[in-house]
Ligand binder design. Structure first.
Ligand SMILES: NC(=O)c1ccc[n+]([C@@H]2O[C@H](COP(=O)([O-])OP(=O)(O)OC[C@H]3O[C@@H](n4cnc5c(N)ncnc54)[C@H](O)[C@@H]3O)[C@@H](O)[C@H]2O)c1
Length: 363
């Protein structure tokens, strides 16, 4: 079954299509190929799995004979979300003779989507791009909402732009090849939507954790669609993160600090976010904002999805705290953290002091 969820932004509306077989379905691509130049950006894992499907469908679309098709394949992994890869994309676009009506297709996970989207935002001050997310994390989060960017040695996502895709094509068949650990990391972001805004969805996740881990197609499609609906609604109300969109960072200030402190090698982003959400819940309890039982339910749900619930003891609270202070969301007035009043009710708070944070980080 195919679902289509609209995302409304200042620049117009675009569709997020979710369902099996969408990548190879010519209908998914109708009206999306404005010019003659198309550059496919992917990584060396995903291109081997799904590059041919994309080639075949593009060959069936109107104008195929005149189209100039380029391809840029990067090494899989976060290290490719770099200035150097971005320069490679610009070179590939230049080699194609790409004009303002050229199109970039981002085929892959969040790394490819963020990078290719950023290059699309820059080329001739902005050309169209289509997100074809192939990880669960990219389907439920990074492909929707227009945040694009690259990392510098000094930090993640330090250079970026808001640039909305022309469409998102989430072919759920591609999840069949996703490594187990990547699937679980994506489920952490699904839990995030339930935790911040939707107590019914949280209960649904509790009941469907085994089905989700078993990749039951109906359960996965429902989890993706519900997540995308939440993201689309928040983006429609606060595209540039002036307020409410910040709630999507639940668990992320803690999580990013854990990722940075461990050199990005130890935890996947979703795993660090799982630990971070629990730290946010524990802090909320300590500040008497939220009941302890909701934190325990969150811990049980994340554990049932095979996600870590505590950071390694070797991570010193002071180190994590230092990284948290460098977070993009920190202001001169101090740390702004996304906490909760309990399941489904997130809020932004500056109430925690260093002693509270140290106590929570020390576990
Ligand atoms: N823009 C946003 O709003 C936003 C939101 C969340 C995360 N992000 C970013 O997303 C990135 C993480 O994305 P990710 O988790 O998708 O990582 P990723 O793109 O590195 O993909 C994870 C791994 O899975 C492989 N893979 C992808 N699809 C596959 C498939 N179908 N079958 C088999 N293997 C497959 C990739 O080759 C890679 O090795 C981070 O850079 C993060 O900052 C951005």
């Amino acid at each position: 079954m195919k679902l289509q969820i609209p995302v409304d932004t200042a620049g117009g509306r675009y569709p997020v299509a979710i369902g099996p077989g969408l990548l190879s379905d010519p209908a998914s691509w109708q009206g999306l190929l404005p010019g003659r130049q198309v550059l496919v950006v992917s990584d060396d894992t995903v291109i081997d799995l799904y590059g041919e499907r994309l080639n075949q469908v593009l060959a069936t679309l109107p104008g195929a004979d005149d189209r100039q098709l380029g391809r840029l394949v990067l090494p899989a992994g976060e290290a490719s979300k770099s200035l150097a890869s971005c320069a490679d994309i610009f070179q590939a676009l230049a080699a194609l003779g790409a004009r303002r009506d050229a199109l970039i297709i981002a085929l892959g996970g969040g790394v490819v989507g963020d990078l290719a989207g950023f290059a699309a935002a820059c080329w001739m001050r902005g050309i169209a791009f289509v997100q074809v997310p192939t990880t669960l994390l990219a389907m439920v989060d990074s492909s929707v909402g227009g945040k694009t960017g690259i990392n510098l040695a000094q930090g993640k996502n330090l250079v970026g732009a808001f640039h909305q895709p022309a469409a998102v094509i989430a072919d759920t068949d591609t999840l069949a090849s996703l490594p187990e650990r990547e699937l679980r990391a994506g489920l952490a972001e699904v839990v995030k939507y339930a935790a911040i805004a939707d107590a019914d969805f949280f209960a649904w996740m509790e009941a469907h954790a085994p089905a989700l881990l078993a990749r039951d197609p109906a359960a996965l499609a429902q989890a993706i669609a519900t997540s995308v609906r939440h993201k689309a609604a928040i983006v429609a109300r606060d595209e540039r993160e002036a307020g409410e969109r910040a709630l999507l960072n639940f668990g992320h200030t803690f999580g990013h600090a854990i990722e940075t402190a461990t050199g990005y090698g130890r935890y996947l982003h979703g795993e660090a976010v799982a630990i971070g959400m629990l730290q946010a819940a524990r802090l909320s309890q300590k500040l008497a904002l939220a009941p302890a039982e909701d934190g325990r339910r969150l811990e049980r749900l994340l554990a049932s999805l095979g996600l870590p619930t505590r950071a390694e003891p070797v991570l010193a609270p002071e180190t994590i705290l230092q990284h948290m202070r460098l977070d993009k969301k920190a202001t001169a007035a101090g740390l702004r953290l996304v906490l909760w009043r309990g399941i489904g009710q997130a809020l932004v708070s500056q109430a925690a002091d260093d002693a509270d944070l140290r106590a929570v980080l020390a576990g």
